[in-house]
Design a protein around this ligand. Structure first.
Ligand SMILES: NC(=O)c1ccc[n+]([C@@H]2O[C@H](COP(=O)([O-])OP(=O)(O)OC[C@H]3O[C@@H](n4cnc5c(N)ncnc54)[C@H](OP(=O)(O)O)[C@@H]3O)[C@@H](O)[C@H]2O)c1
Length: 296
């Protein structure tokens, strides 16, 4: 049976609480030392180093992907540099990573826009380094057509390369990713920009799907200690951005940025390297718009 607490009982309890607290705060008290020791023992600042980690960056022989591969390699990761047509460019990225003396790298030819291609990249990483820690789904296409000109083939190609292939690559990767694993999708700041153009329809639709996949997966595989995030660059000076745009349009878009210029691949890569690192263990399910203030 519960009895009402007596006045003396109550006050002795609160006195105990206060004296415990004072005892803890007293700099030379025994318990102060031991509690300090135990708190520092439990809190270790996570590192941004990627030494010992294995990473795959889809579409990394040029442009943003190449800068990401280099950034991961510079932090000590072993990197699969993926290309589809330009073996020479991929080998250059591999060479530059090896030259740092930190990470290792191999070039792997695969069409990351297919489920089979994605799978073969995972298999190559595991065959070489017996593990997989970081998967960056960078490869993507950006066609330019207003709805009047969009046919099923055009639309499907965006869903295939930008949505379906990354999703099933992740599915295969999850057989190998363990706690501390990182999945990083690529979207675009266009999903948020008010100045989106009508010809970006298929591209933006596919990137919107990627963002939602990323959010939901963060809840799903988050329970396994794997984080899932999206990086959404603004306009970056690469062939994907420049193709089909007159210089006037490029100049106009550049001025939308408070810095008055386009982004560079090297503006994007450090954020990806951070998200990939142990230091970003508490960053999960987020969409990081790396765009210099193009959208705010
Ligand atoms: N650039 C921008 O303004 C911008 C803005 C927002 C978001 N993004 C996103 O950022 C990502 C990278 O864009 P980017 O501008 O760097 O693209 P990009 O200039 O077209 O990059 C081309 C790279 O991807 C590789 N690649 C292309 N298709 C591939 C495939 N099917 N399989 C394997 N590799 C493939 C190319 O390999 P090869 O050398 O062998 O051809 C090359 O290494 C994309 O997801 C894009 O949507 C870009």
């Amino acid at each position: 049976m519960l009895l009402p607490m007596s006045k003396t009982n109550k006050s002795s309890k609160s006195q105990n609480l206060v004296s415990n607290l004072l005892h803890t705060l007293r700099p030379n008290s025994k318990s102060s030392k031991s509690s300090k020791a135990s708190s520092t023992a439990n809190i270790t600042m996570a590192t941004t180093s990627l030494v010992g980690k294995t990473a795959i960056v889809t579409g990394s022989s040029r442009s943003i992907g190449a800068a990401i591969a280099r950034a991961l390699g510079a932090e000590g990761a072993n990197v699969v540099v993926n290309y589809v047509s330009d073996a020479g460019a991929a080998e250059e990225v591999v060479k530059s990573i090896k030259a740092t003396g930190k990470g290792d790298a191999i070039a792997v030819k695969a069409n990351a826009g297919t489920v089979e291609g994605g799978k073969s990249l995972i298999d190559a990483a595991v065959a070489k380094w017996q593990r997989l820690d970081i998967l960056v789904l960078n490869a993507g296409i950006m066609g330019s057509k207003n709805l009047a000109d969009v046919d099923e083939e055009f639309f499907d190609s965006h869903i295939q390369t930008n949505v379906k292939a990354p999703l099933f690559t992740v599915k295969h990767a999850l057989q190998h990713l363990t706690a501390g694993g990182r999945i990083i999708f690529f979207s675009s700041s266009l999903t948020y920009a008010t100045g989106v153009l009508p010809n970006a329809l298929s591209y933006v639709a596919s990137k919107g799907a990627v963002e939602q996949i990323s959010r939901v997966l963060a809840k799903d595989v988050g329970a396994r200690g794997i984080t899932v995030n999206t990086v959404s660059p603004g306009p970056v000076d690469t062939p994907l951005f420049r193709t089909g745009k007159p210089q006037q349009v490029i100049d106009f878009i550049s001025k939308q940025n408070p810095n008055g210029r386009l982004g560079l691949p090297e503006d994007i890569a450090p954020t990806v390297a951070f998200i990939a690192s142990p230091a970003a263990q508490w960053l999960n399910g987020q969409n990081i718009r790396v765009n210099g203030g193009f959208t705010v």
